[in-house]
Design a protein around this ligand. Structure first.
Ligand code: HEM
Length: 498
């Protein structure tokens, strides 16, 4: 089993299940929002690595967990962390110069009232914020150097992962609320290292205050990045109200609530869309935005990946045209990060926030390389894949589609130890989920269209990005846009109520 996310998760899961039986195995998590209960299904291994997994006993009163240090503790009945050994060190101690934009679990930050937000939003100078965001893109910081001297692709990924949680099955998710800062989303494996992207934006958030919500800032950062790299995006709208904690993301999982309202319908995490009509859940894997990039359960088989892309992007609200435009338009930019081959179970990317706070460790401090450059720049490990999709990763082109159609892609194990794809004589790479677009005739026709017609790509991507970043709740009716109001917003409940 070579899967990155699903692999780590399943090894833990399987081991913990094998280790206990009968009454020793807790059947469900508690309902309150203690950090461990939120993040760890009760059958999850709670050791640092597979093999450390210990039984979790259920006492008569309360719930017992085994902490990372091996100590068994009863969780406090009114919430809080049962295994906390103190807060994670401040980011400044881990990455000198980095600001702290990922609050400790479970969150609970003060947010403005709707009236306060709307009054401040009216005064917000959007043009000035855009200037500051654009200046930030090329202001590379030594604590997290920008790839190719440009944070644009990183912010596009931030905005996509904030928005891509939306599911039209029950309306949960979307970037409104800005809950990516809080668990459970903050600790999703797919959100690895996005704490750095949020930290880069913190000075801009501080400068503009409550009129600029975190959610609006995430999407503005992604949208201005796209525009500055040449993508014609017609409209950006501000007016997403922030949440003060991650409660509204609990149905996205992992959590007891998600297991009830949107269960995984396969026997394993990673196969959650086995019966897609039976669940509101949208991704194949809890903790990923949509599909496993390596292929179903880490098997690099593009022929059984395209149908999963259709199911999961369909639940996100996208038809085939939007799906292909978004994937290939997004992957026109940036790169994958998997600088070295450390087993996933040994946390090559470091600890997600939930584990880091339990262990008083730095959040996602990568282990590749040595010395001051360890875990950053060319030593970054985020997804475990390595390389870029195009030879112009900071320019808007249809190069992704042209490259993909070369059709001589071969799978191999990349530098990060995961299956990815390469072409003879080319420095570029593809993921199994990219190559899958060639194996479905409807997707392939769109790949061919976008490779041949840049205007078609421009229009399809613009429309899809607009839908992606505005879908979901959390909007104020006082929102303002720098272009025509997106169609999805004209149909929204906010407008009907306004
Ligand atoms: C099937 C759907 C998708 C999969 C499986 C996928 C997977 C990935 C993976 C594995 C990475 C590498 C992360 C890293 O190691 O840093 C990545 C990066 C990226 N993705 Fe996607 N992605 C998908 C769709 C999208 C979409 C819809 C967009 C935007 C519209 C997008 C934009 C990006 C960008 C810009 C990067 C580069 C980030 C950077 O350079 O730091 N992706 N994606």
């Amino acid at each position: 089993m070579t899967a990155r996310v699903a692999g780590g998760f399943l090894l833990f899961w399987a081991s913990a299940n094998a280790a206990c039986s009968g009454d020793e195995c807790p059947s469900e998590d508690s309902d309150f929002m203690g950090a461990l209960q939120v993040h760890k299904p009760s059958s999850w291994c709670v050791g640092k690595k597979n093999g450390d997994c210990a039984n979790i006993g259920r006492p008569v009163n309360g719930i017992w967990y085994v902490c990372m240090n091996g100590e068994a503790k009863e969780c406090p009945k009114n919430g809080g962390q049962c295994c906390s050994s103190g807060p994670a060190p401040p980011p400044e101690d881990c990455y000198p110069g980095m600001e702290d934009a990922t609050p400790p679990p479970p969150g609970n930050e003060a947010v403005p009232t709707q009236a306060e937000f709307e009054a401040a939003l009216e005064l917000l100078d959007l043009a000035a914020v855009k200037v500051d965001v654009e200046a930030l893109l090329t202001d590379s910081q030594p604590w997290w150097p920008a790839d190719f001297g440009n944070y644009g692709p990183f912010f596009v990924r931030l905005a996509w992962h904030c928005s891509g949680t939306y599911r039209n099955t029950d309306g949960v998710g979307g970037c409104g609320g800005g809950r990516q800062r809080f668990d459970p989303e903050a600790s999703w494996e797919d959100n690895t290292n996005l704490d750095k992207a949020r930290a880069l934006l913190w000075p801009i958030k501080q400068k503009y205050g409550i009129g600029l919500s975190w959610a609006d800032l995430f999407i503005l950062a992604g949208t201005q990045s796209l525009r500055s790299m040449g993508t014609p995006i017609t409209t950006y709208c501000a007016g997403r109200m922030d949440d003060g904690n991650g409660t509204n993301s609990l149905p996205l999982g992992p959590s007891t609530i998600q297991e009830k309202v949107a269960p995984c319908t396969g026997s394993k995490n990673g196969e959650c869309q086995e019966r897609p009509l039976d669940t509101s859940l949208a991704p194949t894997t809890v903790g990923l935005i949509y599909v496993n990039p390596e292929g179903l359960m880490g098997e690099p088989d593009p022929t059984n990946t395209f149908d999963l892309i259709r199911i999961t992007f369909g639940k996100m609200g996208h038809d085939d045209r939007s799906t292909v435009a978004l994937i290939g338009g997004g992957h026109a930019f940036g790169k994958c990060h998997g600088a070295c081959n450390i087993p996933v179970a040994d946390h090559p990317a470091g600890y997600p926030p939930d584990m880091a706070y339990e262990e008083s460790e730095c959040i996602w401090q990568g282990k590749c390389g040595t010395g001051p450059e360890q875990g950053i720049g060319n030593n970054t490990w985020t997804s475990g894949f390595e390389g870029e999709w195009t030879t112009t990763p900071t320019q808007w082109t249809n190069g992704y589609f042209k490259n993909l159609l070369a059709d001589d892609w071969e799978k191999h194990i990349g530098p990060g130890g995961l299956w990815q794809w390469r072409r003879p004589g080319s420095s570029t790479m593809m993921l199994t989920s990219d190559v899958a677009l060639l194996y479905d005739f409807r997707y392939r026709a769109l790949v061919e269209e976008f490779a041949a017609n840049m205007t078609a790509l421009d229009e399809a991507f613009d429309k899809a990005w607009s839908g992606l970043t505005t879908n979901g709740g959390g909007w104020s009716s006082k929102r303002k846009c720098d272009g025509p109001m997106p169609i999805v917003m004209l149909d929204s409940d906010v407008d009907k109520a306004a």
